[in-house]
Unconditional design. Structure first.
Length: 175
């Protein structure tokens, strides 16, 4: 659904966005429940030649019902869903709702990257733990202890150099 959300946003031109917003607000003004034919007549009256039955199917069925679940059919009637009521009451309308969905997709990608980074940090911590374990085992011999410390420092330096540089770059860009 996430990729479809971005794709359908590209397909919505200004006319379709206006029609979607008008349809949602009309349904909301009529106590969140209206006959489909009444809604079609209302939209035809407002948009005249620009609005057709094919566009009605595209907007009502494809966009508002299937893609975003903002309205639902009950027989010949159309009612707003909970999300539909929120969109109808908002000042941004469906365009703002789509932008929110797009932002959620971007946030989900960021969370996935953070999970990967936390897994990497956990791996580094376990490597350090293993190295410190071997250092404690060989605590009697100072040469071996220093060798393990040197190896541990080298591994940490190699593992942390690129992530640390990237983190500093991101922090500087955000400021």
């Amino acid at each position: 659904m996430k990729m479809r959300t971005i794709f359908i946003y590209m397909l919505l031109d200004d006319l379709k966005i206006k029609i979607c917003n008008d349809a949602l607000s009309y349904i909301h003004r009529n106590d969140d429940y209206v006959r489909e034919s009444t809604l079609d007549d209302y939209l035809e009256k407002i948009y005249k030649e620009q609005y057709s039955r094919k566009m009605s199917y595209t907007i009502l069925d494809t966009i508002l019902i299937k893609r975003y679940q903002l309205i639902e059919r009950i027989g010949n009637n159309i009612t707003l869903t909970h999300k539909g009521i929120e969109v109808a009451c908002s000042t941004d309308g469906i365009k703002g709702y789509i932008e929110d969905l797009r932002q959620k997709v971007i946030d989900d990608k960021k969370i996935a990257k953070l999970k990967i980074r936390s897994t990497t940090a956990a791996t580094i911590a376990s490597v350090v733990g293993v190295i410190s374990f071997f250092i404690n085992i060989t605590s009697g011999n100072n040469k071996i202890k220093y060798i393990f410390c040197f190896i541990g420092a080298f591994i940490l330096g190699v593992l942390l150099s690129d992530p640390a540089k990237n983190l500093v770059k991101r922090l500087l860009k955000e400021e």
